[in-house]
Structure formats: C-alpha cells, structure tokens
Design a protein around this ligand. Structure first.
Ligand code: PRX
Length: 656
C-alpha cells in the first residue's frame, strides 16, 4: 500500500493563478459554491436550466427527472433532440469553417477537418448506413482504428438513431463476438487495418474470425474502411462493403432522426466483478448534458482552445471527450491514431507544440511511462500553448502529478484529476480549475450537481481519514440507464439492497481529508485497473480455464510502477505442476491464449503454477493470501482456516 501511504501524506495545495481564475468559466470558490448552492436549493431546476442553456432541443422538455421507477431514472423524457445535430449542424452557421478535428495519423501525417466537412462526411455515411437497412434502435458495432472515420461512424449512427457499441480495437475475436452477440448487432464497421506504433493491426481479420464463431449470426453486413492500400485482409463480396463505395454519390445532407431524450445513444461494454462484461447503456439527452457541462466547467472550454484527449474511442473517455463533448461545444480537437512512444517518447510533446494544444487530457499510466522513457523530453518542445492539463482512469501518484505540473505544464497549468466511470458518462469528481485548489493525488471535490459521498457498510457517512464506499446520493443526467439485457444485474450492482437501493455504488473505496477533498483508494470488487483499463479477474480466470491444459486459475492484481496494477495468475494444470523450462513454455502459451481470448491488455504479467490454490475448508479461494504472495510479502495473517497451508510456500517460491 505504499502508493496510498504516500498519497495520505500529500498536502501541498495548488490554488489557481489569479489570471486563470479571472478568465475561468467558473471563477473562484464563490463561483463553485454558488453553483452547489443552486443545486442544493432546487436540484431539478439546476439541471433543467443547464439542459435548456447547453443542449439544442427539437422539442423542448417539460419534465425533468422521473424517479417513479427508481433506479431506472429518466431525465428530460418528453424532450426530443439529436446529438449529431448538437455536435455538427448547430455550429455550421457560426463556425462551419472552423477546424473540428486535427487528425494526426500514426505516421505523422495530419489532416484538418472543418465542422462543415465533418457534417458532410457524417451525413454521407449516415445515408450509407440507411442504404444498408440500418434503422432507429438497431445496434451497430464499431471496431475501428482511432481515426476521423471512427468519430464519423459513431456520429452517423447517432444521426439516424442507431445504437452504437464501440469495441476497442485491441480486443480479440472472442471478445468481439461476445459483444456482437449480447447486443444482437446488425452491422460491424471496421477497417482493413489499423496502425499503432508503425505496425498494422489486423482489424478486419479479427472481425472475420469473430464472424466464424458461434453467436455472431446477427451480423448482416461489414463496412470496411480502406485504411491501408495493400492489405492481405480478405473481402467477402456477399457480406462486406467498402466504406468509400458506400458513401460515393451519397448526399451530404441527412435529416437527423429526432429521438426522445431517453433513446439509447450507445452501449459500451465494461468489466464487472463477476461474469461477462456488462453492456452499459447510456441515454441521449442526459448523456449529452453531462459531456457539455464538464467541457465547460472541468475543461473550462473557451473559444480558441485546441483540445486533446488521448483516449481511444473504444473507451468511455473517447466517447465523452473525443466523439461527443468537444464537438458538442464547438471545439477544435486533436485526434491521434498512434501511441505515445512512437517514433519516440517525445511524440505527445512534439504534437502539443505542432498543433498548439491548449488543453491536454491523458492517463497517469502514460505519464509514468513517459517519465521513465525521457523525463527531460518535454523541455525540447515548445509547450507554451498549454493552459490546462487533465488525468483520468486511475489514481495519479503525487510524484507523477508534480512532474506533469512542472515539466509539462511549466508550473502554470492547473491539473484536473477527473474521477468518473463508464457508468457515470461524464466527469463526476474533479477540480473546476479556476476555482478549486488542487492537491497532487486527489480528485478534490464533486462537480456541482453531483452529490457524492463516502459511507461505511451500513450506509452511514464516514469521518475524514476513514476509508469507505464511494457513492452518489442523487441520480444525475448522464448516469447509466441500465445494463443491456440485464436490468436485474443493473439494480443489484449499482443500487444494492445493502443501501436500501437508494445509493449509487461506484465500486471504489475512498476517503475524505480534513478539507473535504476526496481521495480514491481503488476498487472494492474484483476489478483490476491495468494501465487505466478495467479488467475483471473473473474474465481472465474464465479465459485461462478454457485452455485444455488448465484445471483451475485465480487472478489477482499486483502493484506495478507504470501500469498501476499488473495481472498475476495462479494456475493449476490438469497434469503435473511444470518446472523450469517447461513452466516457462507453458506460461508463455497461456499468456498468448489470454491475449487471443480477450486481448493483449488482459495478458498476465506473471503466471505461477501450483499443485493447488489456497482454499478454506468450504472450498473458497483465499485471494487475500494470493495478493500477498503476488506482492512478495510475507504472510502474517491467520491461515488456520486453510485446507492446505503448505500450498502457500509452494506458490511463494513458484515465480518463473
Ligand atoms: O476505479 C476507478 C478508476 O477507474 C474506474 C472506472 O473505470 P472505467 O469505467 O474504465 O472508466 C475509466 C475512465 C473514466 C473507477 O471506478 N478511476 C477513474 N478515474 C479515476 C480513477 N481512480 C482514481 N482517480 C481517477 N481520477
């Protein structure tokens, strides 16, 4: 727990500079407090005002929150809108020629796309989708490289009321099939290849493989972007359609489909503590409002900003802060296909200088790896355009925070450490940078209108310094609406009976400090956070036991300097426990197996073989002990309830 200890000792305070505060959208603590008071006084009125101010409605709403079927909350339910209209059409008069997207490809070539051009491309593609028979409510899987076309595909779905389900390009054929099957998707949109770090990523080949697997029969058509001229990817004339042929000759206008505010905009699968990934279902109106308020307050958006969120559209951050938020607010944003370390670890800094980025949003894991690869590299680039920095996905250790602040931000840029989740749709706890003084490692205070709290097992508030469950007391507009196909699981997971079904349970532990600042301590369930990516231990275990060699497996997280957490798997084979070169060979095979079953992000860093796993007499695996072994810690806890205590020693010595 050394990272938590160091976080606990951190109490340096970084107030916004006068200059930043004066110009900010929410200025000073007076500004922040005024908003919070407004939300306290009239919660629905607060959100309704924002909804009217920031969102363009085709039919204005008259109802704000409907909680009659809690926890299946509805917001703005009689309002009608289209999110693509909000992101594109409404900007055309005032900013049609403004750059919406500066796209930089993996190889460094850049392309500027104006709002007018993006609108035309989205309309053409939306018309193409209609031609393929895609209708309002149909599910469309997007399995794309992080390119302009990924955004076009998402926006085009939204334009015609189709529900997109973006699957990160690093997921395997099996994971893709699972998501296709659960959503009963009709179409997959993909590219023949993607590019990352100078290497092609065989997206189409993975789609082809997924479509040979049982369960993917709902797919009728595959739209393929020709990202690489000479790809060896197969093309099935009966099923596959080239993107460029689909849009050729299509009108550059497409009337948006006006949908109810509660119409599902997308499903995004994320890992839970048990079973298969959950299809997190988001709404249209409330979700858009969450993206817009946080663009304005947390990212302090102002005309002239060049915004860059480095997240891939395969994750929620890439949804809210690439595909929707920046466009909805009319920003110019950078979309980058590649990785931070190619061609070298100066890529981010070089791109910030080249595109004069003002607002930069990335993950602590990227920051830590870039420090390691070149702590002085930012100094070789002109980063004076930056005015605001952000982080997301995992706790940031104070050392990395300070480096980010000083070396990247030149000491002048506030850092917004934003806590939120796939389920929350938008930032929830984060400093408003012109108001809230920051502390390295704390995500500080809830955003106005978000009633976050920390409670004990009985649901009672905890005192400062004491850890507890992070909860949200009131529904908010951009919250998850349900788990696709599984409303019961939605209820049980997020509004458990333990808290009378009244509190949204985030699944994180946290504590308040003496100033009421929130410090996130980590997940309370069996979810790992590896490089800011959420992975369920159960998913990896199921993948391992699906291998014919494996009898049993238990997966735990282990602290990792760069990734935050790494995956450590304890494995019992059906045959004898392997040793020496045999163990190495089988471990390699199993790692590749997991990469094939789920994706490379889930590959165990470490595999330990045992004759058995430490179990209680009732057969329960004692993961706590496995966590200690993974960390290389001596076991001091009582092990008398163990069926087989000798196994601990064997596993402790089993590192390969
Ligand atoms: O544990 C928290 C961690 O990431 C989880 C949510 O993961 P996901 O749904 O994939 O969304 C990530 C991007 C929004 C949370 O339950 N987490 C996210 N942001 C932070 C964080 N932990 C600490 N500090 C953060 N700023």
């Amino acid at each position: 727990m050394s990272s938590i200890d160091s976080v606990l000792k951190e109490n340096r305070l970084f107030p916004p500079s006068d200059d930043f505060r004066v110009k900010a959208n929410v200025s000073g603590m007076e500004g922040y407090n005024a908003l919070c008071e407004q939300a306290n006084r009239d919660y629905e009125g607060f959100w309704a005002d924002l909804g009217r101010e920031l969102v363009s409605w085709n039919k204005p709403f008259t109802k704000v929150l409907n909680d009659s079927n809690a926890p299946f909350f509805k917001w703005f339910e009689d309002g009608q809108l289209n999110i693509s209209y909000n992101c594109l059409d409404r900007h055309l008069d005032a900013r049609g020629d403004k750059t919406a997207i500066i796209f930089e490809a993996d190889d460094g070539t850049a392309e500027h796309v104006s709002y007018r051009q993006l609108h035309a491309r989205v309309c053409q593609f939306a018309n193409g989708l209609k031609l393929l028979g895609v209708k309002k409510g149909d599910r469309v899987v997007v399995y794309m490289p992080h390119t302009v076309e990924a955004v076009v595909a998402m926006q085009a779905c939204a334009r015609i009321g189709a529900i997109h389900s973006v699957v990160f390009g690093g997921f395997s054929a099996g994971a893709l099939r699972d998501r296709i099957q659960d959503a009963q998707a009709k179409i997959v949109i993909t590219a023949n290849e993607g590019f990352r770090g100078g290497k092609p990523v065989p997206l189409k080949a993975t789609v082809d493989e997924a479509l040979t697997l049982e369960g993917s029969e709902s797919i009728e058509k595959v739209v393929v972007l020709r990202r690489l001229e000479n790809s060896s990817a197969a093309f099935n004339d009966a099923r596959d359609v080239w993107w460029h042929e689909l849009v050729e000759g299509q009108p550059t206008q497409c009337e948006p489909e006006w949908v109810d505010a509660e119409h599902p905009l997308f499903i995004l699968y994320t890992s839970g503590s048990t079973g298969k990934p959950k299809g997190i279902q988001h709404s249209t109106g409330g979700y858009l409002l969450g993206a817009l308020t946080t663009m304005k307050w947390v990212f302090d958006y102002r005309e002239g900003d060049v915004y860059w969120c480095t997240a891939d559209v395969g994750w929620i951050t890439g949804h809210s802060y690439v595909a929707y938020g920046p466009l909805a607010i009319g920003a110019t944003q950078v979309v980058f296909e590649g990785v931070p370390t190619y061609p070298d670890a100066g890529r981010f800094w070089q791109m910030i200088a080249k595109h004069k980025v003002t607002t930069f949003y990335t993950a602590p894991t990227a920051i830590r790896s870039l420090i390691k690869l070149g702590a002085d590299l930012p100094k070789q680039h002109d980063l004076s355009s930056l005015r605001l920095l952000g982080t997301v996905g995992e706790p940031i250790n104070p050392e990395a925070w300070i480096w980010y602040h000083e070396v990247v931000g030149g000491g002048r840029c506030p850092i917004v450490d934003t806590w939120w989740q796939t389920e929350t749709g938008a930032n929830m706890i984060a400093p408003l940078p012109g108001a809230v003084a920051t502390k390295p490692g704390s995500c500080t205070l809830p955003i106005p209108g978000i009633i976050a709290d920390i409670v004990d097992e009985a649901g009672a508030p905890v005192e400062p310094g004491k850890g507890g469950f992070l909860v949200v007391r009131k529904p908010w507009p951009s919250m998850v609406r349900t788990i696709w196909n599984d409303p019961e699981r939605f209820k049980k997971t997020y509004f458990p009976e333990d808290f009378n079904g009244q509190l949204y349970l985030a699944g994180d532990s946290a504590h308040f400090d003496e100033n009421g600042y929130i410090w996130i301590m980590g997940r309370v369930d069996d979810v790992l956070n590896v490089s800011g990516h959420r992975l369920g231990t159960m998913e990896i275990e199921s993948a391992l036991v699906a291998n014919p060699l494996v009898a049993e497996a238990a997966v735990v997280g282990k602290p990792h300097e760069i990734k935050g957490e790494s995956v450590c798997a304890f494995v019992v084979l059906k045959g004898a426990r392997p040793e020496g070169d045999d163990a190495k060979r089988i471990a390699k095979e199993l790692r590749e197996w997991v990469a094939h079953e789920i994706g490379k992000i889930a590959m165990p860093d470490e595999i330990r073989f045992g004759d058995n796993l430490p179990k209680t007499r009732s057969g329960k695996i004692m993961r706590r002990l496995l966590r200690d072994i993974a960390k290389g810690q001596e076991i001091t806890q009582d092990t008398s309830t163990l069926e087989n205590p000798a196994i601990l020693d064997q596993l402790a010595k089993s590192a390969i």
